[in-house]
Design a protein around this ligand. Sequence first.
Ligand SMILES: [Fe+2]
Length: 312
Amino acid sequence: MALITIQDFDMTRAASQPDSGLGRWYCQQLERGHILFFPRIPFELSEEDRAFLLTQQQAGAGYHKNIAYRPHQDRITGLVKRSRQEEERLRSLMRAYSRRVIRFMAALLPPYASRWRLDYASFRPQEERGRPLRLRSRNDLLHVDAFPTRPTGGGRILRVFTNIHPTRPRHWVTSETCDVLIERLAGTPGLPLPSPRHHSIWGRLGRALATAGRRVGLPLIHRSPYDAFMLRLHHYLKEHREFQASSPKHVWAFPAHSTWIVFTDMVTHAVLSGQFALEQTFIVPHEALVLPERSPLRVLERLVGAPLTAAE
Ligand SMILES: [Fe+2]
């Protein structure tokens, strides 16, 4: 796993040359489990907005991980004790941030741009070191991302992070990539291989129930065997003391005012310390991948010998 540094990215020029091949190369690096790193924030973020964000502490928010912004609903969640004015300012700031990041990502990664699903953005004002979180919510234990309430159906979790702390770096640890871990760990005690039978019979039933439930307002979640496995892997890694202690590790210090992009369902990662980060998530559908054979889904399907996502 490597850090690929991109200096002076020219967004206008990249947007005018979507077929140059460079965007495809960046996608390949991301899908291999590398991190794209920008020493300076590669999209507009005004000094005024940054200063406002730095005043936003979440008093008594031990169990609120982040402030989330939902672009499709233009809604903000996870706020603690804010005036209406402050809430409105935060919402419009997150809206503008989200739009700028989308434009930047569309210029950087044309193969994904017209096909991704936009997920939430977040603002993370809490100091990460020593946060009182439940084990499965802890950021400082190595894991791959899997969303319990928003299964991707085989789509990939691509995230853009920006450290807006005025001086301090954000420290990450990364370890082996998900494809390697699946090959080694899937099918061992505690991490059973998903069952394709579950996919064909119970999968169809589960999907039908979830669809019917949503129609009457019940928040039912249907996970494909792939999604269920990835969520299990997330828990398994965080609970696995020996893996946490003895897996090979790289420590990264992302400096103040830098940005980095990573498939967080590929790269095992943990956040050791840092405060004040912005983040936007994209779900890249499997059909848009440039190296689909490297994806966790394909690696798992090869092991099981059957498809593991629901056909829509
Ligand atoms: Fe994570």
